[in-house]
Write a protein that binds this ligand. Structure first.
Ligand code: 4AD
Ligand code: MG
Length: 431
């Protein structure tokens, strides 16, 4: 029996006979030749079956194959300059594993709800495969960036007794006799870890029971959260712009084929290089007013505002120094102007909106206690967090990158629902 190989490794076997386990993606025939579009997860290749050159049973097996039938194909790897991979398979033998009947996702156009109900099958299409390959490469680039810079990977808990980003969108559950919530952000725990290990980052799922039905919101999404001791607001921004540059340029270098499958304009990613432009919240308000979008000072920006603010740049832009009143309790006020905080949102270009939220954290125990009172937070549940300011407090900063919004931007997708294998959205928990 021939050794099993993969479509991705076929070029190492040029001129040789190989066996691949695969599915039939599609088929066309010109009487005496059948062209099989084969996929095996690692890629796509055309299998060519010539009636006059193969045993009768191979020809008949090729005729029987239906969309998404599973098979082993044996053939010779041949150079074919017209093929995207540069190769094709001259098929000699076909071993059918299963003949699939009535595969629901046909080459015709389907509506999004139809596809979302069949997400478990939709993942097999070239575009969805390319997205998941890029998502995986982004995660690899994220880990590489932090590992090479002396960060330690730390895993915060998923079940928590209290909230990090506010109480309005917490997922409640029972924890035996106590109340518990699914984590909205690992940040507070990462602050404890930074006091133990210096520079840390986490990568894990987070949950927000947001009643938002937008193209940027998921109920379950994955966040990368670095936290750094002895790092101030300015240093925090520099880490972020280098980090995002590294992630985007790694994908451009390693996933060109997948970006092409998605029809992504790669030129729009190549310009993403640090340093990134910056503007304060005040400057952002002035810019929006100049464009006829009146936002009262003290209100948060919505998606149309973010899109307008990002429109004049070819790379992400930082918006810094938001009003203290609209940001989380833990952000450090600007010492020269306490009505704004030392924070930044990073807004992606091309209308993809906020991909990072970050800030310098309050390190002063008295000020943190004041904030707890103002925000009516239960000191009991957060006693451990207040301890961090009692026992060797230091200036520290961190941020959270939303993985799915980053994937949507890099892949050039209309909606975050395609950035994660099985999206959890308002009104969707299946499959
Ligand atoms: O701005 P957020 O809420 O910040 C935090 O949670 C901080 N505690 C992070 C930190 O400093 N360690 O969320 C961070 C990022 C957003 O910029 C966005 O990219 C993403 O998480 N995000 C979502 N992504 C998809 N669906 C949602 N519902 C999201 N909410 C936030
Ligand atoms: Mg935010």
């Amino acid at each position: 029996m021939k050794t099993l190989t993969t479509i991705k490794k076929m070029q190492q076997h040029a001129g040789q006979t190989v066996r691949i386990g695969c599915w039939l993606h599609g088929k066309r025939s010109s009487g005496k030749i059948q062209f099989l579009q084969l996929r095996d997860g690692t890629g796509f290749v055309q299998g060519v079956v010539v009636k006059s050159e193969v045993p009768e049973q191979t020809w008949e097996a090729a005729q029987k194959l239906t969309q998404e039938s599973s098979l082993y194909a044996v053939g010779t790897v041949r150079e074919e300059p017209r093929s995207p991979s540069g190769y094709e398979l001259a098929v000699q033998d076909i071993e059918i594993i299963q003949l699939t009947q009535d595969y629901p996702i046909t080459p015709k156009e389907h509506g999004v709800d139809f596809l979302m109900d069949r997400r478990h099958l939709w993942l097999r299409t070239p575009k969805q495969r390319a997205i998941l390959v890029i998502r995986s490469e982004i995660i690899r680039a994220v880990q590489q960036f932090f590992d090479e810079r002396g960060f330690t990977l730390v895993d915060p808990p998923i079940l928590t007794p209290s909230s990090c980003e506010g109480t309005t969108n917490l997922f409640h559950t029972k924890y035996f006799d106590e109340d518990a919530y699914l984590t909205q952000s690992g940040q507070l725990y990462m602050e404890a870890a930074a006091m133990a290990l210096g520079k840390v980052y986490s990568f894990g799922p987070t949950f927000r029971a947001e009643k938002s039905k937008t193209r940027r919101h998921l109920i379950e999404f994955w966040m990368i959260e670095p936290e750094m001791a002895f790092v101030d607001h300015e240093m925090n921004l520099q880490v972020q712009e280098q980090f995002v540059t590294h992630v985007v340029q790694t994908v451009v270098a390693n996933c060109r084929k997948e970006l092409e499958t998605l029809g992504r304009d790669i030129g729009k990613l190549e310009t993403v290089k640090a340093p990134f432009p910056r503007m304060t919240y005040d400057e952002a308000i002035d810019r929006l007013r100049a464009e006829g979008m009146d936002v009262p000072w003290g209100e948060d920006f919505g998606a149309p505002h973010e899109t307008a603010l990002a429109a004049s740049f070819d790379r992400p832009v930082f918006i810094t120094h938001y009003p203290t009143a609209i940001k989380a309790f833990y952000m450090k006020p600007d010492p020269s102007r306490p009505d704004v905080v030392l924070c930044a949102d990073m807004i992606a270009p091309e209308g993809y909106g906020e991909i990072i939220g970050g800030s310098q954290r309050i390190d002063d125990p008295e000020l943190l206690a004041e904030r707890f009172a103002e925000h009516e937070l239960p000191s009991d549940a957060y006693r451990w967090y207040l301890d961090l300011r009692q026992y060797g407090t230091v200036p520290h900063s961190g941020f959270g990158l939303g993985l799915e919004r980053t994937v949507a931007w890099i892949c050039g997708l209309d909606h975050v629902r395609e950035t994660i294998p099985f999206p959890r959205m308002l009104y969707r928990l299946y499959p």
